[in-house]
Design a binder for this molecule. Structure first.
Ligand SMILES: [Zn+2]
Length: 192
């Protein structure tokens, strides 16, 4: 059994947009404005409103650059509030998921046919750390978090995604709050 100390990051709800949807929302040939660099892309200055059958959520972040398909990443609590039955999926696997209405500040909107997911919790591993831990691509491991705030928790069903530039766990806000992580903390990955 291998263990590895890792950084844990918590992602709030956000959307990735296709170029087609960017243009429907912001105009022909539009490019998102970069507010802040993050691993693999950037946080855009623009924000959108999500409207589901039950309610709306304003000022939702857009992560750039444009993707092949629009994807709306929600915590399970968000999905329940909005009234969408978003399944747990790895990023990029949106086939057959529910859509949602996305509205820009200028009033333009797009009704996506699919794209709402609750992201499957996962750990990005460098090739080196994957070898150290003895895990293969898509192997499922556990993650233990204890921030000393009386919410120590071990998560199962953490999927290994090998080949990134850094080793980091990505959780959503429900998972982060359950373990009292705040925005970032340390955790231990445990592989059988
Ligand atoms: Zn990730």
């Amino acid at each position: 059994m291998g263990t590895l100390e890792v950084n844990v990051e918590v992602s709030a709800r956000h959307v990735h947009l296709s170029q087609e949807d960017i243009e429907k929302l912001f105009g022909k040939g539009y490019e998102l404005k970069k507010k802040k660099d993050i691993a693999g892309g950037f946080v855009a200055e623009e924000r959108v409103t999500l409207t589901g059958p039950k309610r709306s959520m304003e000022r939702v972040a857009i992560l750039g650059p444009a993707r092949k398909a629009t994807q709306i990443e929600l915590a399970a609590t968000d999905a329940r509030s909005l009234g969408v039955d978003a399944p747990i999926r790895l990023s990029g696997h949106t086939e057959g998921t529910p859509g949602i209405k996305i509205t820009a500040a200028n009033g333009n909107s797009v009704d996506t046919e699919e794209g709402c997911i609750v992201a499957q919790r996962h750990v990005h591993l460098t090739e080196e750390d994957a070898a150290k831990l003895g895990v293969e691509q898509n192997q499922v491991v556990e993650l233990k978090i204890d921030t000393g705030m009386k919410r120590a928790l071990t998560f199962g069903d953490v999927v290994c995604r090998i080949g990134g530039p850094a080793t980091v766990v990505h959780l959503d806000t429900d998972e982060g709050n359950a373990a009292c992580t705040g925005r970032a903390c340390k955790g231990t990955v445990i592989a059988e």
